[in-house]
Write a protein that binds this ligand. Structure first.
Ligand code: TUI
Length: 316
């Protein structure tokens, strides 16, 4: 049995799984390992300058000949330069976040780059479909990092009903049960971030991985709601300080200042007390470090199990 969807055909991949393009986390090593395992590995360009992104692209190419992508954070001051590098390097896939890639569409399409854009509302999905993107990634508020307000279960089917292009579900997906649930909602595949933070090939500090591994169901909290830019993180001293400041003072600018550089602090320095440990709600389900191949194989094996169980339900 194979789970072959339009996403597999669109991206030239074996399994309908995309790795989230997490800033500071999704390096060439992680992206190449995910692609080698048959899914789509994605470099997180974050706020990196174009030359650094180019080096990451070349490093992925030295590690795998399979398709891969680059995630462009559209609020980065370097996003235009990064798009040029992507076109020059003929990167097969771009995922975008935090904006509308409309002004780059002609350039990307002319170079044959597939564009998948993250959205967290129905309106954004419709707008980006009109802008010509190849697929949307519907990101529910269960995911880590910057989040919208709608959970995956209601968001995905609403977007599926609102657009004609393929929809990828993100947020709250850990294993094959999540993949099959996403397919049942009408999605053509999934994007997963948190589980890949704990991949052997992921180069983040071991203490960041450990914090995800010990996380339980209520271990993530949402900070920055008062700023209009909510962020899901693991509960720690930084999170509690920010939450306290939000209830006491509620000053947006002050709170934004708190988190300055705190993501790098978590990823590079492994500061689990004052680093910004972005993680989705599935952190509770991540119980060990494993290779990207083991992760993908586990997602697919548990997806087939889930499908078999469902077959039993309808037959009964
Ligand atoms: O971007 C995210 N999640 C993130 S970013 C981040 S931290 C960081 N990133 C880069 C550099 C430095 C630090 C942690 N988590 N998710 C993608 C996402 N994009 N979710 C929602 C959106 C979005 C928001 C507005 C997409 C489009 C949009 O506007 C579109 C329009 O219509 O203008």
């Amino acid at each position: 049995m194979r789970i072959n969807t339009v996403l597999c055909d669109l991206l030239g991949i074996q399994y309908p799984i995309i790795q989230g393009g997490m800033a500071w986390v999704a390096t060439a090593e992680l992206a190449a390992a995910v692609s080698e395992a048959g899914a789509l590995g994605v470099i997180g360009a974050g706020n990196l300058p174009p030359e650094a992104v180019q080096r990451e692209i070349q490093r992925v190419r030295s590690l795998t000949s399979k398709p891969f992508g680059v995630n462009v954070f559209l609020l980065s001051p370097f996003s235009a330069g990064v798009m040029e590098v992507i076109v020059d390097e003929r990167v097969p896939v771009v995922t975008t976040g935090a904006g509308n890639p409309g002004k780059y569409m002609a350039l990307l399409k002319a170079a044959g780059v597939k564009v998948l854009s993250v959205v967290s509302t129905v309106n954004m999905a419709k707008r980006l479909e009109r802008a010509g993107v190849d697929a949307v990634i519907a990101e529910g508020m269960e995911c880590g990092g910057h989040i919208g307000q709608i959970a995956s279960m209601p968001l995905v089917p609403q977007i599926v009903d609102a657009v004609e292009i393929p929809v990828v579900a993100a947020g709250g997906i850990y294993d094959g049960r999540g993949l099959v649930a996403a397919l049942a909602l009408g999605a053509s595949g999934v994007q997963m971030g948190t589980r890949f933070v704990c991949a052997t090939e992921c180069t983040v500090h071991r203490d960041y991985k450990k914090a995800i591994i010990v996380a339980r169901d209520r271990s993530t909290v949402v900070i920055g709601r008062t700023t209009g830019h909510p962020v899901r993180v693991l509960d720690n001293k930084l999170a509690r300080q920010v939450l306290q400041a939000e209830t006491q003072r509620g000053s947006g600018a002050e709170i934004e200042g708190f988190a300055e550089g705190a993501l790098k602090c978590a990823v590079v320095d492994g500061d689990t007390e004052y680093g910004c440990l972005m993680a989705g709600q599935v952190a509770a389900m991540v119980t060990r470090e494993e290779s990207c191949q083991q992760i993908i194989d586990h997602v697919m094996a548990t997806a087939y199990e889930a499908l078999e169980r469902l077959g039993g339900v309808t037959a009964g």
